[in-house]
Write a protein that binds this ligand. Structure first.
Ligand code: FES
Length: 102
């Protein structure tokens, strides 16, 4: 079973940087690319850094702690097989929703 939760309005997200949210006991990193929104685990798999506060260029977020980089669409690390968890998102009437596993 999954839970769909409203996170924010699309206007609250800025391209070029992520934003952190707390939902269902997790930290979620959310990224806007145009009218698309992508979400991943907010704790970097390297050492738990705040990846949602990282900068984003060309769909790749750079963790502010040690510079690991991930594709925000897939959660794939750019230089290894490490994969972080991504979550389904949707934008409905300008509102951003995320679907989280329970
Ligand atoms: S904690 Fe993210 S790169 Fe080290």
């Amino acid at each position: 079973m999954s839970e769909k939760t409203r996170l924010c309005s699309l206007d609250e997200l800025t391209e070029g940087t992520g934003k952190e949210f707390a939902a269902a006991g997790r930290v979620i990193a959310v990224f806007r690319i145009g009218d698309e929104v992508h979400a991943m685990d907010g704790l970097c798999p390297h050492a738990g850094g705040p990846i949602g506060t990282g900068t984003v260029r060309k769909g790749v977020v750079t963790c502010p702690w040690h510079g690991w980089q991930f594709d925000v669409r897939t959660g794939q690390h750019c230089q290894s097989s490490i994969q972080t968890t991504v979550f389904e998102t949707s934008v409905e009437n300008g509102e951003v929703y995320i679907t989280l596993p329970e």
